[in-house]
Design a protein around this ligand. Structure first.
Ligand code: GDP
Length: 436
């Protein structure tokens, strides 16, 4: 039994939802460890589309347990709506969904503060989703956050809400943002009561599960370049989206993890602001955006599109110690006569040796491209790697070579079945022998 981490190797939206869904069959428990309902996984099963923001897509599989770990920040209202939506579609969360009693809670004023902060940044906007996630992590780090275990204790809840609102007074549009403390305490207690059957010590649950021989798939949200420490700061998310976050965000020790799988598109996208060296601003970018339907699952925002960036994937490999790479959306490039891959950044004439921490430097980096011939034929929906055109396989081999990471799977469409196994002897196949 293996415990694996699946993370985004780029700026998020790599198609992790589909791949996690595909891998879930081979695990007993799926756990999320960071972020909040700003993530938007789209999973298509048998033509039916599910968009999940908070609950792991493992919930769509019978008998799998799903965990929202302590590192996730949870909006109880959004969670309740997601549970109700699933129940409405005939998918029960009872006895299968577990929320950490240490997970921090997003409340109304967190959203107000985020909007206020983002509006105040003007040109320097970060491009946040205005769901209160950043301010909730700020409260967590400021040691004035509220966790699920605090919600059912009215005294602690009231004190926590008051302390948090006091700290934000200056940022709120009206005193307390027009939020009534009494009203908020009552509403949160009500919601907490409804959710209490799902709340538990998930670190205990996960570690006991591993002790008893169960396997855990740890599902990252966003991507490596959006990680609070290793991403393109400050244009990042407020949490640890890299593999390290899986341990702190669940309470599973690092030596219990067997491997890390990175997900990357066959090109690159980015939502929101921040430097993006391989961005295509003209018609080619529009073509990829249309072909790839690159619009945010949570916000509907158009994603910026560009060429595959091997500097980014090499960096991701290092930060996460990636064992294996899954390449998604190969089909999106089907009609391009020529495809480019960035293999280095030139800054003021010098070829950089490592990924720069300064966004001003990154913004001025000129990508050094390797150019390859496009396959110009349909790969969409192909399920056997050998049936991909030779030029498409050459392209994947080039990505593997330049990323210095083996490619285990290549995805050719949004459906679970539209996936090919690039190598029967990949590390992924060693952990999951039936993937060959
Ligand atoms: P995530 O947050 O990393 O799960 O990514 P999203 O779900 O936001 O975005 C990925 C989008 O691409 C979803 O709409 C998927 O259904 C879709 N998708 C995933 N893999 C493929 C693929 O190989 N080809 C195509 N055309 N679409 C894909």
């Amino acid at each position: 039994m293996s415990n694996l981490i699946v993370i985004g190797a780029q700026w998020g939206d790599e198609g992790k939802g589909k791949i996690v869904d595909l891998l879930t069959d081979h695990f007993d428990i799926v756990a999320r460890y960071q972020g909040g309902h700003n993530a938007g996984h789209t999973v298509i099963i048998g033509g039916k589309k599910y968009v999940l923001h908070l609950i792991p897509s493992g919930i769509l599989h019978e008998r799998k347990l799903c965990v929202i770990g302590n590192g996730v920040v949870v909006d109880p209202l959004a969670l309740k709506q997601e549970i109700d939506g699933l129940e409405g579609a005939g998918i029960s969360c009872k006895g299968r969904l577990f929320i950490s009693n240490r997970a921090h809670v997003i409340l109304e004023y967190h959203r107000l503060v985020e909007k206020r902060d983002e509006d105040g940044r003007g040109e320097g906007r970060i491009g946040t989703t205005n769901r209160g996630i950043g301010p909730t992590y700020e409260d967590k780090m400021g040691r004035r956050g509220l966790r699920f275990c605090d919600l059912l204790n009215p005294g602690v809840l009231r004190q926590g809400i008051e302390a948090s609102i006091r700290a934000k007074q200056a940022a709120l549009p009206t005193p307390a943002g027009g939020v009534s403390v009494d009203g908020l305490v009552a509403a949160v207690q009500n919601l907490a009561g409804e959710l209490s059957e799902y709340v538990t010590d998930t670190a205990e649950l996960l570690n006991r599960g591993i002790d008893e021989g169960r396997s855990v798939l740890l599902e990252g949200a966003q991507g490596t370049l959006l990680d609070i420490d290793h991403g393109t700061y400050p244009y990042v998310t407020a949490s640890s989206a890299t593999a390290g976050g899986a341990c702190t965000g669940t309470g599973i020790g690092p030596t219990r993890i067997d491997g890390v799988v990175g997900i990357s598109k066959a090109y690159t996208t980015r939502v929101g602001e921040g430097p993006f060296p391989t961005e295509l601003l003209g018609a080619l970018g529009d073509q990829i955006r249309t072909a790839g339907q690159e619009f945010g699952a949570s916000t509907g925002r158009p994603r910026r599109c560009g060429w595959f960036d091997a500097v980014v994937t090499r960096y991701s490999k290092m930060i996460n110690n990636l064992d294996s790479l899954v390449v998604t959306k190969l089909d999106v490039l089907d009609s391009l006569p020529e495809i480019k891959i960035c293999n280095g950044y030139r800054y003021k004439g010098e070829l950089l040796k490592s990924f720069p921490p300064e966004i001003e430097v990154l913004a001025e980096c000129l990508p050094e491209y390797v150019s390859v011939k496009g396959w110009n034929s349909k790969t969409a929906g192909i399920r056997e790697y050998g049936e991909l055109p030779q030029l498409a396989r050459d392209y994947v081999a080039r990505l593997e070579d330049l990323s210095q990471t083996e490619v285990s799977l290549v995805s050719t469409g949004p459906d679970r079945d539209e996936t090919t196994v690039a190598s029967p002897n990949s590390r992924l196949s060693r952990w999951i022998p039936s993937i060959r």
